[in-house]
Unconditional design. Structure first.
Lengths: 452, 558
């Protein structure tokens, strides 16, 4: 293993207190040694739960595939013209009409589409597929940590102290961050406080509570302290209603609300590097909407209005610009069958697009397209997978986050090649799967019982 | 429900509150300095020591097979025999015969709550809550009532194990209930399908599940026909309800699946899902009556092949689907899957493989017994590793709220029109386990890893601190801590020990107890008599102390 600074060595190199206080304001030197220069990139992972019908989001609009698509989907196909007509990306593929806000961003060069991504595992199970992807270990759903948690524990270019490194929005911490002790998990900052109970004893009770969770060293005590640190931080830093900037308008409902929480957390300038959030409702077995309309259309509208609002909100000038270090990844556990079912929905399928929205996106439609004609489908039914989802995430890890420890983040993944979906510096991938002394705990030897 | 996060007690004292609270917050930050960075060297990873040692059988059983001890429960349990194993055996045998347990207190509470839909037939529910096209709150009233009755029973029923198992099976056959076609029949699903079979026979239960309008609607089989098969139900039947993904071999062809002992394929493949989909075509329900209906004209009558079994063409009505249910109920994979899930729920996240094997063996040998599932549960509970396991689970929000109310005798009415109950449910939902409202068909997660992050922690802490502070319309505390504290118990040491014993029935770690005592003593000698009877602030402090105990690590282990 090549010599690298140990964590201790790195800490000695810059005052921990200064690095921590500076958070994201730490000076950035683009294209300096990306492995050791402090990295300030922000990665937002949006998981679409239930199996996105990717063939109706990124639609074949020309050639033989258009014919196969239309004959497989006589009712639910997205049309080429009319008020629901697809919006061309490159002449071969187009976006669903309701994705118009995303299409606008694509046209301004902020969106990369990767076709036919997914798992090489042949699973049509929602739950296994999600576990495989979020733990980052296809075929193994019992890995004790999530891939983003492992990113944090092996990245050499993050300060040892970050006030708010990661925020997982929702009722529980995302599986991709499973095992990460530094994550703040919340759904609504306004109610995320301990200002409740007999008022004159709240402060004393809180001190006693912290002591209780400091008194021992079990995983439960550590988890309690994590929650107490999180609530202290949020109470200290969040006050009043959040107002989006730059005229951004988020869709009403929980998706828009959650994205606003992410934007709010980014703008605190407390060092946020990673955030996760979900949008559910994609398991469209029945009545997903004919002719580019209906339920699926409104869900795509919510998704894309939300993504565009987030981008706009973070796309200010000068110190209010965050999009130059923002990468948003949108993914789902699998795509849906090419052939619509008789209920005008589509059943569980296989390959699916991933969407990258970033100030550093390489715009375009990427990834080998396997075709949807006879003999080209997976199991004679589904879009095939030509791009391992880990390839896309690895490129973001290396080119944006400056972390080349692919063997640690994605153990078993050994044939990375950049696709060119984001700009950045390439590093030789390190496929070693064990820690080298700086890691807090190695995922394969850690106390897995603590994480079930 | 209350959309505003506004603590009632605080608002009553609004004038004083602001300044005092501000001072308290300032003091807190003065003491703690600035809030600590989440990522920092030396942050505890929690890997050093796994869990506390197992307590007595009474504590384990009442916390893992029930919703926590009420006052007196531990003594009653301990009176059942001379050894822990004898007591546990006697207790579980009682619990597995719920009809033999007098539950008049709970029955009276249910009667007082004034529910009207819990015992309606399916036809009546459909008539009253669908056909009559009532306003939304009447349409979904059965769901509202089951939601409240579930909490009421967890808190008051003596048939604790039945309540735990009802929750288990609700999640095993999960349905998102807040739906205009599902809520109206929810009390029937709860009473007949779930409770009626929770201690019964798995195959019988599968049949009830497969033919119930709530499941037919939720997993789309109501629309599945030979012209338009829909595989949603068939897939989850294999993956979630039956064999589980440990026995899923993906897109292999059926003739590529190895045959296991007993002559059955060792697992299922997608083609089994598709073939089963065909078997269930025509299983639907009548939207005019809500009743199950088999439509022969929708059924695919050609021959099929499922899990190694050939099904000839043109079988009698319902036969194809029933063959699938038979195959699933008798497959060793299902026995193993159900045994694993029950053990994970009742014992720990990583159950002893020998316990799972023993329970799976009983599942298989008793596959036709009317009390098959009770026997499986009994096997798990009486396995030696049951009492040897502790702390491989933590309480989820439902267990937190129910056990806090049981320990401190919460007096919510759980009536539909009770605003305190509505407040409670609104706060409870924020902790992340809203009843019957998990959207995906896999049910709420049961692994502790899914419940240890900050949202469930902080929102549960808020919930218990609200519980000890909420008063009814007559200004009486719903958890009346003061009234339950005996007159002779007045020093910080006595108050801490009385409530620790009441809530846990056992000692807690000395360091944790010390925090409770110090909180109550506030710098004074913990043996001084506190002016509990004259000073409102001291009474508030006692309620806060009970809240603190509910927030403690010890309260979460099970």
């Amino acid at each position: 293993m090549s010599p690298r600074p140990t964590r201790r060595g790195f800490v000695a190199g810059c005052s921990a207190a200064i690095a921590g206080l500076a958070g994201s304001r730490f000076p950035r030197f683009a294209f300096a040694d990306p492995e050791t220069t402090v990295n300030n990139e922000i990665l937002v992972v949006i998981f679409l739960r239930g199996g996105l019908d990717g063939l109706n989001l990124v639609v074949p609009i020309s050639g033989n595939d258009r014919g196969y698509y239309e004959s497989a989907r006589p009712n639910i196909a997205v049309p080429l013209s009319g008020s629901n007509g697809a919006l061309s990306l490159d002449g071969q593929f187009g976006l669903h009409r309701a994705a118009q806000p995303l299409h606008q961003l694509y046209q301004s060069g902020k969106v990369a589409v990767v076709n036919a991504t997914g798992l090489n595992e042949a699973s049509r199970s929602h739950f296994d597929s999600m576990e495989f992807i979020e733990r980052g270990t296809p075929g193994n759903k019992t890995t004790a940590t999530g891939w983003l948690a492992r990113h944090f524990s092996c990245a050499h270019n993050l300060p040892p102290e970050i006030v708010m490194p990661s925020v997982s929005v929702g009722s529980t911490q995302a599986t991709s961050l499973l095992g990460d002790r530094d994550t703040i998990n919340l759904s609504d900052p306004d109610s995320f406080n301990l200002q409740i109970g007999p008022w004159e004893w709240r402060s004393a009770q809180r001190i006693a509570l912290r002591h209780m969770y400091t008194d021992d060293t079990t995983w439960l005590h550590a988890a309690g302290l994590q929650a107490l640190d999180a609530v202290d931080l949020v109470e200290l830093n969040i006050s009043g209603a959040y107002t989006p900037a730059n005229g951004a308008v988020y869709p009403s409902g929980s998706f828009g609300d959650g994205l606003q929480v992410i934007a709010q957390m980014v703008k605190l300038d407390l060092g946020l590097r990673v955030s996760t959030f979900d949008l559910g409702g994609w398991d469209t077995h029945v009545s997903q909407g004919d002719g580019g309309g209906g339920y699926f259309s409104s869900l795509i509208g919510t998704l894309c209005e939300g993504l565009a609002a987030l981008y706009t909100d973070l796309d200010g000038a000068g110190s209010a610009n965050y999009t130059n270090r923002l990468t948003v990844v949108v993914q789902s556990e699998f795509g849906r069958r090419l052939f619509e079912n008789a209920d005008r929905g589509a059943d569980h399928g296989h390959g699916n697009p991933m969407i990258i929205m970033s100030g550093n996106a390489v715009p375009g439609v990427h990834g080998a397209w396997p075709g949807i004609g006879p003999g080209q489908l997976f199991d004679d039914a589904d879009l095939a997978v030509t791009t391992d989802f880990r390839r896309v995430l690895s490129e973001i890890l290396i080119r944006r986050m400056g972390n080349n420890h692919l063997g640690y983040v994605f153990p078993g993944y050994t044939d990375y090649q950049p696709l060119g979906v984001v700009a950045g510096v390439d590093l030789p991938p390190d496929y070693s799967t064990t820690g080298d002394g700086i890691f807090a705990d190695d995922f394969e030897s850690g106390d897995t019982s603590a994480w079930g | 429900m209350n959309p505003v996060d506004n603590d009632r007690t605080t608002s009553r004292r609004e004038l004083f509150d602001h300044a005092r609270d501000h001072a308290a917050a300032a003091a807190r930050h003065h003491i703690q300095g600035r809030a600590a960075a989440m990522r920092r060297p030396g942050r505890p990873s929690g890997g050093a020591k796994a869990v506390p040692a197992p307590p007595s059988a009474a504590i384990i059983a009442l916390n893992r097979l029930g919703w926590g001890p009420r006052a007196g429960d531990i003594a009653s349990f301990n009176a059942l025999g001379g050894t822990d194993q004898q007591r546990l055996t006697a207790w579980v045998d009682q619990q597995l015969s719920p009809a033999s347990i007098n539950d008049s207190v709970c029955d009276a509470k249910i009667a007082a709550a004034g529910y009207t839909t819990l015992n309606k037939s399916l036809a009546q529910l459909w008539l009253d809550h669908v056909v009559s096209n009532p306003p939304w709150n009447i349409r979904i009233q059965p769901y509202y009532e089951v939601e409240r009755a579930t909490l009421l029973r967890a808190v008051w029923s003596k048939r604790q194990l039945l309540e735990v198992l009802a929750d288990f099976w609700h999640n095993h056959f999960n349905i998102y209930a807040i739906d205009s076609w599902i809520s109206p029949v929810w009390s029937h699903w709860d009473r007949v399908v779930i409770r009626g079979n929770a201690l019964g026979n798995f195959r019988t239960m599968l049949g009830a599940v497969a033919s119930h309008p709530a499941m037919l609607y939720y997993l789309d089989n109501y629309t599945s026909s030979s012209a338009g098969p829909n595989e949603n139900w068939a897939r989850e039947l294999f993956e979630l309800h039956g064999l589980g993904t440990d026995h899923y071999l993906g897109v292999l062809r059926q003739n590529q699946v190895p045959i296991g002992p007993g002559g059955k394929p060792i697992g299922y493949v997608d083609d089994d899902v598709f073939e089963s989909t065909r078997c269930f075509t025509g299983w639907t329900f009548d939207f005019d009556t809500g009743l199950f209906e088999y439509r022969s004209d929708w059924h695919d009558h050609f021959q099929k092949f499922v899990l190694g079994t050939y099904i000839p063409a043109n079988q009698p009505a319902l036969s194809d689907g029933n063959v699938v249910l038979d195959q699933i109920a008798t497959h060793p994979g299902t026995a193993h899957h159900i045994a694993t899930k029950l053990a994970r729920r009742l014992v720990g996240d990583n159950p002893d493989p020998a316990m799972i094997d023993a329970a799976a063996a009983v599942f298989e040998t008793e596959v036709a017994a009317p009390d098959q599932l009770a026997q499986v549960v009994r096997t798990i509970v009486l396995h030696p590793s049951f009492l040897a396991t502790w702390g491989d689970k933590i309480k989820r929000p439902l267990e937190i709220v129910a056990s806090a109310m049981r320990a401190a005798d919460g007096r919510f009415t759980f009536a539909l029109d009770d605003s305190d109950t509505s407040d409670l449910l609104w706060r409870y939902d924020q902790a992340g386990q809203p009843l019957f409202a998990w959207r995906a068909p896999n049910g709420f997660p049961d692994h502790k890893a899914d419940w240890q992050s900050a949202t469930p922690r902080v929102m549960s802490w808020r919930l218990v601190n609200w519980l000890i502070d909420v008063r009814d319309a007559f200004d009486v505390y719903l958890l009346n801590v003061l009234d339950q504290t005996p007159g002779g118990v007045r020093t910080a040491n006595q108050l801490a020990d009385f409530w620790i014993d009441r809530i846990f029935g056992r000692p807690i770690p000395a360091a944790e107890r010390e925090e409770v005592v110090e909180f109550m003593a506030q710098g004074h000698n913990p043996n001084f008599v506190l002016p509990l009877d004259t000073d409102p602030d001291t009474r508030d402090r006692l309620r806060s102390m009970v809240g603190l105990i509910f927030m403690s690590p010890s309260f979460l282990w099970r």
